[in-house]
Design a protein. Structure first.
Length: 444
């Protein structure tokens, strides 16, 4: 294929097998979000560029280097959203959601965002973010609740060895104190910093701390930490948050150097880190923080908020590295094979009967031999092969083979659905139970 028609760098095709896995991840997040009172919001994939300049911030790498920005045919500067929060904030203000009486207002979204980053392992240019925004309440308990929900999501997905890196970047006053100190610290070392960091020094010296080039230098590592410049209020807020995380046994670490790359954060910031079993680190699988001034920045009344987003592709890479989906994917629950042309209609009736009862069923209609039918069953990892011959038709039964255990049983049509349900539950819940079910699911 000519180079110019190929997939653009940093993007991916998701074929059906992967889509099934993504759907599993997204459904798990969605179901858990429902338990915590979140409702979906959908906003446009593109917005006016100014929205991102104003919210994500002009000192961020995202705005400076990574946005897909273009003029539309009307001459307006438009940007493909590089993250989900800004659009949700705009929608919150534009639809006057701040006037809703019952706070907090909890919103989730699931969609593509675009960043012109250097593609690499776990780093793409089109990313699916599954994000959460909780608006209207300023409380360490709300921050803890978001982190607890994230933990519950990861446990339910089967991710166990993760750690939440958490820090506070304080309130406005704390950050102003800290910025003065950072500028003082870096003042005589500007020539040791990269070009971007010299710009960051002027715009927002906090950004120097998470620079991909200078971040590992001793100069940056030895820089003052925000902890020492927090106001009493910010300090107390963070301590209260940590006390909740302790109480609920959240696997967290305080990372005094975590500042996050977006300008809208204040107080609590966090990133979720997890390595694959063979030690690969694809970067944070999710991250977020508090943003009490953001709604005002986009033109609404003062409304505190906190949120986070998971990178769905990174969750997928992680679960795949655990072999989590081994045996998970199948095209059908049951594949029905007639023995001979005379049995085809009956086999098709059973297929339709199973579908109407909620099973993914397929009928072999091409007159395949038994051997090639079973090869196809194996290739497609179909858990149940159902064989119907003349005897089965006469006795209104069918012959069901469990392709995993190789067990074969003859079941009456009346009992077929109950049987399949029970057996499929065993197969699927064995792979999806987190081990934290306390006997509440039917894993064994
Ligand atoms: P973020 O840290 O920029 O935060 O992105 C959130 C997550 O998206 C990351 O932790 C990562 O899993 C995924 N991600 C980001 N960039 C890439 C990439 N190039 N390739 C693969 N995955 C990526 C935000 O976007 C904030 N809007 C989160 C938030 C919501 N804060 C408050 N509310």
């Amino acid at each position: 294929m000519a180079e110019e028609y190929k997939l653009p760098r940093g993007t991916q095709d998701f074929l059906p097998e992967t889509c099934d896995k993504l759907e599993y991840i997204e459904n798990t997040l969605k179901n858990m979000a429902g338990l915590y009172g979140y409702h979906e919001i959908r906003t446009p994939i593109f917005e006016h560029t100014n929205l991102f300049l104003r919210s994500v911030g002009e000192s961020s790498d995202i705005v400076n280097k990574e946005m897909y920005t273009f003029l539309d045919k009307g001459g307006r500067s438009i940007t493909l959203r590089p993250e989900g929060t800004a659009g949700v904030m705009r929608a919150f203000v534009e639809n006057k959601m701040y006037a809703l009486p019952d706070t907090p207002i909890k919103l989730f979204y699931d969609g593509s965002v675009f960043r012109y980053e250097r593609p690499g392992a776990g780093r793409y240019r089109q990313i699916t973010q599954f994000g959460f925004e909780c608006l209207g309440v300023h409380s360490p308990l709300i921050d803890a609740e978001l982190i607890l929900m994230n933990c519950a999501m990861l446990y339910t997905l089967g991710v166990k060895d993760f750690v939440i890196k958490v820090n506070t970047i304080g309130d406005v006053q704390s950050r102003e104190n800290y910025k003065v100190e950072l500028r003082e610290y870096f003042k005589d070392h500007l020539d040791e910093l990269c070009e971007d960091c010299r710009r960051r020094y002027e715009q927002n010296p906090l950004r120097i701390l998470d620079c991909k080039i200078d971040g590992d230098k001793d100069l940056v590592k030895n820089a003052p930490i925000i902890k020492d410049y927090l106001t009493e209020e910010s300090k107390a807020y963070f301590e209260k948050l940590l006390s909740y995380l302790d109480k609920f046994e959240v696997p967290y670490e305080v990372d005094n150097r975590l500042v996050r790359g977006l300008d809208y954060y204040c107080d609590t910031v966090f990133e979720i880190k997890c390595k694959t079993p063979d030690g690969k680190d694809y970067g944070a699988i999710g991250a977020g923080g508090r943003y009490d001034g953001l709604i005002e920045q986009v033109g609404g009344p003062h409304t505190p908020g906190i949120g986070m987003a998971f990178g769905v592709e990174r969750l997928l890479l992680l679960l795949e590295s655990y072999n989590f989906f081994e045996g998970y994917y199948n095209t059908f629950d049951a594949y029905i094979m007639p023995i001979g042309k005379e049995c085809l209609d009956f086999a098709f009736d059973i297929t339709m009967f199973l579908r109407s009862n909620g099973f993914k069923a397929e009928c072999e209609v091409q007159g395949k031999s038994m051997k090639s039918f079973f090869k196809s069953v194996e290739r497609q990892k179909v858990p149940f092969a159902i064989i119907v011959g003349e005897d089965e038709i006469k006795n209104r039964v069918c012959n069901v083979k469990n392709t995993l255990t190789k067990e074969q049983v003859t079941i009456s049509l009346d009992e077929l659905c109950t049987y399949l349900n029970k057996e499929l539950n065993k197969i699927y819940q064995r792979s999806s139970c987190s081990g934290e079910c306390n006997g509440n699911c039917s894993c064994e």
